[in-house]
Write a protein of this length. Structure first.
Length: 212
């Protein structure tokens, strides 16, 4: 099974690096995880999507958003009856955070689309509550609220966009929130410019959703 690596004994705390101590006391204390923070096995049940390892959860469907032109997977979606979360992982500098810049980009794009993006503090730090008017399947128009979360890890940023109930009310034991905390990010050792997406791959069991 996937499980957290055992914490060091109290008398060995001085051997733990500063990044690990910050994680244990910070917003990622209960996940999401870096691959270095978990133990992996052949039968752990995680779905390997390249830069993301996702735990299948009862009531949540795993979907992949694929760019129609390139055929590349651009995002992972876990969707259920009460809501969904869209996941994208990006490279970040070793001693820095790209969430401030990404947040400004998201806010600018929302404004261009005629919506609003409001900053507030959440379980993982500064978040954006986004309000947009979207076209419904029947051709009508309806408001949509989402919550965009940026979760920094070792040389990566996990961007999670929550829809439905999780977008307006965070619940520690919610299916979507639990699935988000269970995500493992695989940064890899290769060079990737900060802000660039980390590659995603498609497993046979995933449902494909094409994007323009």
């Amino acid at each position: 099974m996937f499980r957290r690596r055992k914490a060091e004994e109290p008398d060995a705390v001085d051997q733990v690096d500063e990044a690990e101590l910050a994680r244990r006391s910070g917003p990622r204390a209960d996940g999401p995880w870096d691959e270095s923070e978990v133990e992996r096995s052949e039968d752990d049940g995680r779905v390997d999507l390249g830069s993301l390892l996702v735990t299948p959860a009862e009531g949540l469907e795993l979907q992949l958003q694929v760019d129609e032109a390139s055929g590349q997977v651009v995002a992972v979606v876990l969707a259920g009856a009460e809501g969904a979360v869209e996941l994208r992982a990006f490279a970040a500098p070793r001693n820095g955070d790209v969430w401030d810049a990404v947040r400004r980009q998201v806010s600018a794009e929302v404004a261009r689309m005629g919506g609003t993006a409001t900053e507030h503090q959440g379980p993982w730090g500064t978040e954006l509550t986004v309000s947009l008017t979207m076209t419904t399947p029947d051709g009508g128009r309806a408001p949509q609220t989402s919550r965009v979360v940026g979760i920094p890890g070792p040389r990566w940023l996990l961007r999670a966009t929550l829809f439905g109930v999780p977008a307006v009310e965070y619940r520690q034991d919610g299916a979507v929130e639990t699935a988000l905390r269970d995500v493992v990010v695989v940064r890899g050792s290769g060079p990737v410019p900060p802000g660039d997406p980390l590659p995603l791959t498609m497993p046979p069991q995933a449902r494909r959703t094409d994007t323009a």
